[in-house]
Design a protein around this ligand. Structure first.
Ligand code: ATP
Length: 587
């Protein structure tokens, strides 16, 4: 655990952590030495050697004072290092994940990261501030006394030391018996959390479908499972904890008996015997208390392991020698194969495409055909398994990550708005932009219409995640952000949920404004985007089934034409009459 602690603390904190541990160790050793010094003092006192007692009493007083200073120092250090560590860990995790490829941020990873921030880091802080000291004192101080005792009477030292391996083994066994129960408690707690959030979020669905009881039943079953896991954990802990406490008491009894026998036989002096009894009385409680500390120590160790796993996630390799800067904003996929997991079915299976500079490409295809994956590999969310993705003729793997992202604006469905004003949310696209530039980008994406309706105009807070705006409005703010960034390539995953005519017209207007000025690749769910594109790419099961313009593909009578017929019949394409867009009637 200590090794893991040093590892996750990072270079900046390692030295302070080492100093904290050294002072803690020093305090625990001094405490042991103070105990042992009682022996020569008592010896002299009992022998009536008042002159001889002073040097030892002086040494005892000196060590006692040093112990008090060390205690104060280790307490102060523990709190300072704990605070610095939690601050540092948040930064380390934040810095690390911000260098990870965008593909790493799945819902599962984001959930785990949230748990780490809310529970894991505080557990590590608590380990440093509150747990290390009792742990170290319970182990190191008695060990120091045993070692020092060996110089006074080896038989007493041996009697005291004999219990240690047995205590250690019982402790290990107790820990191992609850490890599985611990895991079940963690999983059940995460599940119950998710269910609570789901129950609150899904109120409108549950009420509108009359499924309130069903939602409550799911939540209650998760809470029951959490209770049951807690009970199983307590049951699993009981035997190990009882055995450990019993072994500690047995060891104490053995030491007392050996001490009494040696004392009665006159081979051990009263002073040694008193010191031994004080030691036993003073430390049997903290040592048995380790059984109580076990749960918190395990949680802290699990948190360290989870932090370690996040820090172990590797960023995509940066080019050793960057390639030439992209010549333009054209994109190319050369026989690209990509699977999310090694050995899994490829989601992109031999895709070759050329998307010329400043053209608009609409990607269509059935659900799960790989459309979103395709536009994400263009921006190097992940590295492809085979083939290559090129931007302006340069392999994206040969472009440093920051420089690559400068070429892309991303507008995806899961738009996240920060709990700030609309103006600040748009400004994220280019933090140095002036108010006038922000407002111009917002006007192009027709965010100004939204602003005009809001009570505080540009300064209206949008709520956490943008909850004060509709889905379509959020995507318009996200478009304004992307326009402000003014990158040569825009990747857009259109909202699948139907947009109201105002939002739909606003998005279309933005795309029209960009047409011919940017390389646009759109996962298209709206008819107008599809028919207006310079080229349509039809994906099926990760392969390019057809490419061409709307007219060419309809004339070919292939997969797209069939798709078009199906969609038109099912009204999947919503036909919003817009005279400027040449909409061909579906057959
Ligand atoms: N992060 C991921 N990890 C593992 N599998 C994934 C991940 N994202 C997508 N997939 C899988 O890859 C396949 C293609 O998904 P993708 O989202 O690219 O399809 P799509 O054509 O955009 O679908 P839709 O139109 O429904 O959004 C699906 O089978 C999906 O389950």
């Amino acid at each position: 655990m200590i090794r893991q602690l040093f590892h996750v603390a990072g270079p900046a904190l390692r030295r302070r952590l080492a100093v904290q541990l050294a002072v803690l160790l020093g305090y625990s050793v001094l405490q042991g030495v103070a105990f042992v010094l009682v022996v020569p003092v008592l010896r002299r006192l009992l022998a009536g050697d008042t002159d001889g007692v002073w040097p030892w009493a002086g040494a005892l007083a000196g060590v006692a004072l040093a112990t008090a200073v060390a205690y104060y120092a280790q307490q102060m250090l523990a709190f300072q290092v704990a605070l610095a560590a939690s601050h540092r860990l948040y930064h380390r995790i934040g810095d690390h994940v911000s260098a990870l490829p965008l593909g790493w941020f799945s819902g599962e990873q984001v959930g785990r990261l949230g748990q780490l921030a809310s529970r894991g880091v505080p557990q590590v802080r608590s380990l440093l501030a509150h747990l290390l000291q009792p742990l170290c004192t319970a182990v190191v101080t008695p060990l120091t006394v045993v070692v020092a005792m060996a110089f006074l009477d080896w038989r007493l030292a041996l009697a005291t030391a004999l219990g240690a391996p047995l205590m250690y083994l019982t402790y290990r066994w107790a820990v191992s018996t609850v490890a599985r129960a611990d895991e079940a408690v963690d999983t059940a707690a995460a599940e119950a959390n998710e269910r609570v959030v789901e129950f609150v979020r899904a109120q409108s669905v549950l009420r509108s479908t009359g499924s309130g009881e069903r939602g409550r039943a799911l939540l209650e079953s998760a809470l029951r499972e959490q209770d049951a896991a807690g009970r199983r954990q307590s049951a699993a802990m009981a035997p190990g904890r009882t055995a450990f406490i019993a072994v500690v008491h047995l060891a104490v009894a053995a030491v007392v008996v050996v001490g009494a026998v040696l004392g009665l036989g006159g081979t051990v002096g009263v002073a040694e015997l008193v010191a031994l009894l004080v030691l036993v009385v003073r430390f049997s409680e903290p040592v048995s208390g380790m059984a109580e500390l076990g749960g918190s120590l395990r949680s802290a160790r699990n948190a360290l392991a989870r932090i370690d796993a996040v820090l172990a996630a590797r960023p995509l390799p940066e080019p050793a020698r960057p390639g030439p800067p992209p010549a333009d904003a054209s994109l190319e996929l050369r026989d690209v194969r990509f699977a999310y997991e090694p050995g899994a079915r490829p989601v992109l299976d031999g895709v070759s495409l050329r998307l010329p500079d400043r053209t608009t490409t609409a990607v269509v295809g059935p659900s799960g055909s790989g459309k979103t994956t395709l536009i994400r590999v263009l921006a190097r969310f992940w590295d492809v398994d085979e083939g290559a993705v090129l931007l302006g003729g340069t392999d994206v793997r040969d472009i440093p990550a920051d420089a690559l992202m400068d070429h892309f604006s991303l507008v995806f469905q899961d738009v996240y708005l920060f709990d700030a004003s609309i103006r600040e949310n748009v400004r994220l696209g280019r933090p140095g932009a002036t108010d006038a530039e922000v407002e111009e980008a917002a006007r192009l994406a027709r965010v100004d219409e939204i602003v005009a309706r809001l009570p505080q105009g540009w300064d209206t807070p949008v709520g956490e995640g943008g909850t004060a705006l509709s889905g379509g409005e959020r995507q318009r703010v996200s478009l304004a952000r992307a326009l402000l960034k003014d990158a040569p390539v825009m990747l857009l995953d259109e909202a699948t949920s139907s947009l109201d005519p105002a939002n739909e017209a606003a998005i279309q207007q933005t795309l029209d404004a960009l047409s011919g000025r940017r390389t646009l690749v759109v996962v298209a769910h709206r008819l107008q985007t599809v028919v207006g594109a310079d080229r349509i790419v039809v994906l099926e099961e990760g392969r390019v089934a057809e490419t061409g313009t709307h007219a060419e593909l309809l004339a070919r009578g292939g997969r797209y034409a069939e798709f078009w017929r199906e969609r038109s019949r099912a009204q999947g394409w919503r036909l919003t009459p817009e005279p400027s867009v040449p909409v061909e009637a579906a057959p």
